[in-house]
Design a protein around this ligand. Structure first.
Ligand SMILES: *Cc1c(COP(=O)(O)O)cnc(C)c1O
Length: 542
């Protein structure tokens, strides 16, 4: 590297780094003004359209040695523009419809900068002051959205030192862990001589209550974060029981009930059942009302993982799809998914304000008893003021604004589904219930071959279609014009065999109907030159 790019480590230069901003015409100041005035333009211009292979990118990130000498900010800014920004993913592009996160409203950029500048730590009031009541208000608003308690409930609990109505965290994973942590501690609570799991541990708890094991039941479409959760909580991955779904990707509650009773006769206590409100792969919502009844019947915790779909509650048009969620003991919602907040904004809500007693933690120098410190009820310690950005979006976009965004997304998904269905060479795999659907490219000749094929031929075509779908998805991504994601389902129309499908999420308000048409047209073109198709499927094109 060019030696001139190294600055000199000195007391003066370090003080400068903390006090003197970059000159207005410096590289970093230019970047700053561009992202503030035109983020979409900046991203379009500076993220390379065509993918560079990861092993090439890795060459720029080889040294494991911390640089001895400082670097000038301008030189550093230049480097990251070329090595990092250029090869990041354009998640905000309206033709990138495979991600759960999409475009951000422009006001969150300067507000994020303000948040970073203030550098508050929400673990305690001493380091966050007004941010704590703000966060408690946001939790109150989200709680009201889901549970709809009356005004006196919120005036009693929202700012209460005794409790909190929920917890902010980095995302849906930590939200799910927190919810089931509470469920576990409430189940194995203090009783007689037993001082509770939090004090005496899991083994003492199991011996005291006489359980051979604990189990969590969730649909086979449950999110993988639940696997991490049961591992961490000492329940074990074998004891997260995946229950079959119906053909519409909703859990079969009767099968869940049957499984629960089977476990109970083996001495295994069902600790919780988890309903998914917006599955990650197909966007479907479990029958929450039926599940609420089942949890009552079993006397277990009812958690709803609405990390992705929870924002639907903001739409009067569609919130009925989540009916029953108000009976959940806890709910996970990711503001960084369908609420258009930047990454790092997970929320877990508790129906019972006393729920967090089960995980309350105090320390002498911090989180003193009787304080309103949020850190006594959270898994995480130091936490940024992300609640400010959720607060901003709720205020600036408003409930009605969100309703329009949610409704538009669902309309768009229905439109895309109609495009797919009206084209003989595509096949809709899962109907959109929210703004998420899955499909694949299957030329009509191949559909006809499948209909007439014997079992062996079918298996061969299915396997080839899977490889072909994966190949198409990769080639489309590499071409850089558009992006759909892919997943593997077991749909009835493919005899419940593993089936690779394209998956799209239509949450970006800038995605137009024309863009959707272009994406299908591009896929038709890509199919013509696909090497996997040529090798394994062209023989069936009769
Ligand atoms: C995204 C998601 C999660 C995990 O959330 P993170 O924010 O990625 O930790 C959990 N459950 C569902 C249903 C999700 O869609």
């Amino acid at each position: 590297m060019d030696q001139k790019r190294y600055a000199v480590a000195s007391k003066e230069s370090l003080i400068r780094v903390f006090t003197v901003p970059e000159a207005p015409d410096s590289t970093l100041s230019k970047i700053e003004s561009e992202i503030s005035s035109n983020l979409a333009g900046f991203l379009n211009e500076n993220i390379a359209a065509v993918e560079k292979p990861l092993h090439e990118i890795e060459k720029d990130f080889q040294s494991a040695v911390i640089p001895e000498e400082p670097t000038f900010v301008s030189a550093y800014a230049q480097d990251i523009m070329e090595q990092l920004v250029a090869h990041s993913v354009h998640t905000a592009a309206p033709s990138f419809i495979g991600h759960m996160t999409s475009a951000l409203p422009h006001f969150v950029l300067p507000l994020s900068k303000l948040m970073v500048g203030l550098n508050q730590n929400l673990v305690k009031i001493e380091t966050s002051k007004a941010f704590t009541p703000l966060e408690r208000q946001v939790l109150g608003m989200m709680h009201h959205l889901a549970y709809g308690e009356d005004g006196s409930f919120y005036s009693k609990w929202m700012h209460s030192a005794k409790t909190s109505l929920g917890a902010f965290c980095s995302g849906g994973t930590v939200a799910n862990i927190t919810a089931l942590w509470i469920a576990r501690n409430r189940l194995l609570k203090a009783d007689g001589s037993f001082k509770g799991i939090a004090t005496q541990g899991l083994i003492a708890g199991m011996l005291h209550y006489g359980y051979k094991g604990l189990a969590v039941l969730v649909s086979e479409r449950g999110h993988y974060s639940l696997g991490k959760t049961v591992d961490l909580l000492g329940i074990g991955r074998d004891n997260i029981i995946a229950v079959a779904t119906n053909n519409d990707n909703k859990v079969d509650v009767q099968a869940m009930r049957k499984k629960a009773y089977e476990l109970q006769t083996q001495g295994i206590k069902v600790m919780a059942i988890v309903g998914v409100a917006g599955t990650t792969e197909t966007g479907n919502i479990d029958p929450l009302l039926e599940m609420a009844n089942l949890s009552k019947e079993l006397g277990c915790h009812f958690h709803v993982d609405a990390a992705w779909g929870g924002a639907t509650l903001l739409s009067q048009t569609h919130r009925h799809l989540l009916a029953g969620i108000e009976r959940a003991d806890s709910i996970t919602i990711d503001a960084h998914k369908q609420m258009y907040v930047p990454m790092g904004a997970g929320i877990v809500l508790f129906k019972d304000p006393a729920a967090t007693d089960a995980i309350e933690h105090h320390a002498e120098y911090i989180l003193r008893k009787g304080s309103k410190d949020l850190g006594s009820h959270t898994l995480e310690g130091s936490r940024p003021g992300m609640a400010m950005l959720v607060h901003a979006c709720l205020r600036v976009i408003g409930r009605k604004g969100y309703e329009m965004l949610i409704d538009k997304g669902i309309d768009k998904a229905r439109y895309f589904a109609s495009l797919i269905k009206s084209d003989d060479d595509f096949e809709l795999i899962s109907e959109p219930e929210l703004c998420l659907l899955t499909y694949r490219y299957v030329p009509k000749q191949i559909k006809a071959q499948i209909a007439a094929a014997d079992d062996d031929t079918k298996i061969d075509i299915y396997a080839s279609l899977n490889r072909f779908t994966a190949s198409m998805q990769k080639r489309q991504r590499e071409a850089g014009r558009s992006f759909v994601s892919r997943t593997r389902l077991t749909p009835a129309q493919y005899d419940h065999q593993p089936t690779v499908v394209f998956r799209v999420v239509l949450a970006n308000p800038l995605t137009s109907e024309d863009i959707l048409k272009d994406i299908l047209a591009e896929q038709k073109e890509l199919a013509k030159t696909d090497p996997v198709f040529k090798k394994y499927l062209s023989k069936y094109m009769r």
